[in-house]
Design a protein around this ligand. Structure first.
Ligand code: C5P
Length: 398
């Protein structure tokens, strides 16, 4: 339930605006008060009357209406809510927000607020993929703005791709995650993710096939339970989730330094696929063929084991979770690894190519702890993450 919570809902101009009417109903059904703001463009798609009838409140649309002393001013309007939701968030609104413009009521409210903001973008796929929109997206993420969607699919304009507004139920779930105090509220958790890249010379490196999907999903699931997450990531294929503190690194040594700098933490999840070795004689300029046909001899040196180092360190988090990605004798190797590295739990998975797990959307894991072993059915990486996050919350409360 969202009883007692207040959402300021800004409805931008897009065909998806009709879905915001369902969102209002869903929110009110949960006991959440909805103060609606309809942009001029939004009013081309849904009428102020339907919005106010569903919200049970007056619709705000003009900036200068609010300058009247008898009205709530725009500063107060923007700050009296627990959360501001922009749905649909158009490319234009995102551009205004990214550049700090305040030329109508919606953009002024968004600039005047210190309340958390959630955007549900909706636009044509070309507009979404345009470098300008992607640039604005990166700026807004950096400003701490949260996003839900857009989804991929058939668009109202007949094209196919990313740009459909998230469904009202998904927006509601994102709102709930931001407004409901989760069981991990007040807990700081570190998650490592992605591969590391170990340079051979300034243009070449040694790395692995980790996409970072499982680590990103775990960070998002911990965030959804209210944790404050530091996400230390190598160069991953999957983007970092919103609403977490991202520390981007390349090498294992940088990853260790970033994790140590992020301590103390209540828990740490080491989902990164860290390179075991780095090149000792990495060249400072590009290695050339010398005409003799002789391949350059690379010398390797072992990387620090981040998980083992943190487990043995003075600031060891209460709960440390490692991963064991194996291709043979998965459980045997994983059990040995848990003891050798000194972590509390090891999440073991089989990453042999035939499983399709590395780089795929599903995972099949066994969680090994001192108390025993539990094999979970194969499920989406998001579902594994949610289950693991719930276990972490339980363990930190015990
Ligand atoms: O690579 P390995 O199978 O040993 O990884 C097991 C666990 O140790 C994983 O959780 C991984 O993130 C972590 N690890 C690490 N630093 C390394 C190697 C592995 O933190 N240098």
């Amino acid at each position: 339930m969202l009883s007692g919570k207040r959402v300021l809902l800004i409805i931008g101009g897009g065909i998806a605006a009709y879905k915001s009417l369902s969102l209002i109903r869903l929110l009110r059904g949960q006991g959440c008060a909805v103060t609606p703001v309809l942009t001029q463009a939004g009013a081309q798609f849904v009428t102020p009357l339907s919005v106010s009838a569903l919200a049970g409140q007056k619709v705000h649309s003009a900036l200068f209406d609010l300058t009247d002393e008898s009205e709530m001013g725009h500063i107060e309007l923007s700050r009296s809510a627990d959360l501001i939701v922009v749905a649909p968030a158009t490319a234009d609104l995102m551009a205004k927000m990214a550049t700090g413009r305040a030329e109508d009521l919606a953009s002024t409210l968004l600039l005047a607020t210190d309340t958390p903001v959630l955007l549900a973008p909706a636009m044509n796929v070309r507009m979404w993929e345009h470098p300008a929109t992607q640039r604005n997206l990166a700026v807004l993420r950096g400003d701490g703005i949260r996003f839900v969607g857009p989804d991929e699919g058939e668009m109202a304009c007949g094209e196919y791709g990313a740009g459909r507004m998230a469904e009202p139920e998904a927006i509601l779930a994102a709102i709930r995650a931001m407004l409901v105090q989760g069981p991990l509220a007040g807990q700081h958790i570190i998650v490592t993710s992605g591969p590391t890249q170990e340079p051979i010379d300034p243009v070449r490196y040694i790395s692995n096939r980790s996409s970072g999907a499982q680590g990103a999903a775990i960070a998002a699931a911990l965030r959804d339970l209210g944790a404050s997450v530091t996400f230390v990531t190598g160069p991953a294929a999957v983007p970092a989730p919103d609403g977490v503190r991202v520390v981007a690194v390349e090498t294992a040594q940088e990853m260790l330094a970033a994790v140590e700098a992020a301590l103390p933490a209540s828990a740490a999840v080491f989902a990164a696929a860290v390179a075991d070795w780095r090149v000792l004689n990495a060249a400072s300029s590009k290695v050339k063929k010398d005409g003799t046909g002789q391949a350059p001899a690379l010398q390797f040196v072992e990387n620090p084991d981040i998980l083992a180092t943190i487990c043995r360190g003075d600031a060891r988090p209460k709960l440390v979770v490692g991963f064991a990605a194996e291709t043979d004798d998965v459980l045997g190797h994983a059990r040995a690894k848990r003891l050798r590295k000194g972590c509390d739990w090891i999440v073991a998975n089989d990453v042999s190519p035939h499983t399709g797990i590395m780089g795929g959307v599903e995972n099949s894991v066994t969680v090994i702890s001192a108390e025993g072993e539990e094999t979970w059915p194969r499920m989406a990486k998001d579902a594994v993450a949610a289950k693991l996050a719930a276990r972490i919350a339980q363990a930190l409360h015990d």
